[in-house]
Design a protein. Sequence first.
Length: 370
Amino acid sequence: MEKFIDNLEQSHDVQYRESDKKLLTLPNSRALTTSIRATAQVFEDPKSIALLSRINQIAPSDANVLIIGETGTGKELIARHVHELSNRKGKPFVAVNCGAFSDTLVESELFGHEKGAFTGAFVAKAGWFEAANGGTLFLDEIGDLPLSIQVKLLRVLQEREVVRLGSRKATPIDVRLVAATNVRLEEAVQAGNFREDLFYRLRVAHLELPTLRNRPGDILPLAEYFVGEYTRRLGYAEIRLDDSAKQKLLQHTWPGNIRELENVIHHSLLICRNNLVRSDDLHLSSIQLHRQKSEQQLQHHAETDVLKEAFDQLFESGKDDLYTYFEDAFVKAAYDHCHQNQVQTAKLLGVSRNVVRAKLIKMGAINALR
């Protein structure tokens, strides 16, 4: 089980500092340098402040929580903070990545097994639910669970007890479940990949984490934190970001979110000179740029297909003077779209107002005296 459990720690290890910058960090961030998880979170941007307010509202209850957010937005940090603010503070917090295990092992790891339950089960072993008893179990990437395990997870949440693999005896458990996903589970439900009843059981309370690009007020505070953190780790003298570097950080779209920002800052400290990080020291990803180009190309192809279908229907209609008919329909549609405003119609079509007016008069759409 240790192979798949990321952290089994008491909640007092979570670091949260009330200061001019609200900062939340993972307790063992130095051991996570190759992880895709975010190791720090700040609440400076208005969207982050609103998120913190919602966390403060739902954390004290025992309700299950569903956290939705892209990879690297800090879902585990938020889950730990929910635990820290709950009545379960000081009890176990177990974090598990559901995408890190095979379908054949998941039931044993999640619910435990008895000796001899399957080949290789030489001793009985408790599962994650038992390990987290009295505290909080965080299941990251909950959408990766097989449907067969989703059924059993639903029963555990309903009955508040687990049955180890190979046993007929139920073990009562007292666990608060916090689940997280980087996909829209509603879409997974519609596609038949996630149980609807389990979705509603998990989503008693939910938190949506904004992407880093959608909370720009957090970018520089996080960057300054990582500069200080890696300065200490590397044993450097004080290092700072110059204005060009700050501007470059603010303009980037951060497809990898907080984790990408941390890696960028780490690398910049390795190559910067004279204790100053400049714009050229920041090596940023072009993934988002390529993604935007791909999306634009797909949209262009879709629009072209729609037009082609409309043209084919028009060509097969047998109308006389097809070009004039199309031109009239095109200008009239633009005119209606612009609420019969000739100036706006001309701007939309990229022609002069006189051209639009003459065409509308010829069509009989407006009076020549107008």
